[in-house]
Design a protein. Structure first.
Length: 232
């Protein structure tokens, strides 16, 4: 009897959690077909369905441009962030040099400060260098922001890889670069995948920085553009 009661509450909890996750998703999907003017005026179950929202999205807005802006930023951010983080973490993990500990502590301290603390400084820098209203320039911020946390994360992963593998490669005549390319990279696929996915998703979800640094309608990212449609 006790097992049945426990099983009931376990299944009840799973059902509640599933509803909490699925209801917002279903609401958003159905709202796309709702004839209302915004999410605030739409009901969970629309009285009638329409495709006018999709027609308006592609004919009356710069949706394609917003999407391409976000995609360009995401791809560039993924490529440069992963490359820079991986090389930096590899150097910190495999080599000994003066100032290494200080550099690691500095990187750790930088990871503790959220981006919004530097928003005024970022705006001033972008203004002085003429980078305002240029979507690709956001890549600079995202790449720089990826270094502090991800370097420590990847370094921890690389520290778990046996250094004997590197030494064996050196004995076989491999250079540092060949060892990195043929040994470290294949063994680091899991952490590379994580970093790549997280960095690719970041520009799609970020609203604060694009909204502050991008003003014209054609330079907006998808998050900023869609928010403008929702709020009218």
């Amino acid at each position: 009897m006790k097992n049945k009661v426990n099983s009931f509450f376990v299944h009840l909890e799973l059902v509640v959690m599933a509803l909490l996750v699925l209801i917002p998703i279903v609401w958003i999907v159905l709202s796309a077909f709702n004839p209302g003017n915004g999410l605030a005026t739409s009901s969970l179950v629309p009285k009638s369905l329409t495709l006018k929202n999709f027609s308006r999205l592609f004919t009356e807005t710069n949706y394609r441009q917003w999407f391409m802006n976000s995609l360009t930023i995401a791809v560039l951010n993924t490529i440069f962030s992963v490359a820079l983080v991986l090389v930096t973490a590899w150097i910190m993990s495999r080599f000994k040099f003066k100032g290494k500990k200080t550099s690691l502590m500095a990187i750790l301290l930088l990871s503790m400060f959220p981006t919004f603390l530097s928003m005024t400084a970022l705006y001033t820098l972008f203004l002085n260098f003429g980078l305002l209203d240029k979507p690709v320039a956001l890549t600079i911020i995202y790449v720089a922001g990826a270094i502090p946390y991800n370097v420590w994360l990847v370094k921890g992963y690389l520290d778990g890889l046996p250094k004997e593998v590197d030494e064996a490669a050196y004995i076989d005549g491999c250079s540092y670069f060949m060892t990195f390319r043929k040994i470290i990279l294949p063994l680091s696929k899991p952490i590379i995948t994580y970093c790549a996915v997280s960095q690719f998703m970041m520009p799609w979800m970020d609203y604060i920085l694009p909204n502050m640094l991008l003003s014209s309608d054609t330079s907006k990212t998808l998050a900023v553009g869609l928010y403008g449609l929702i709020t009218g």
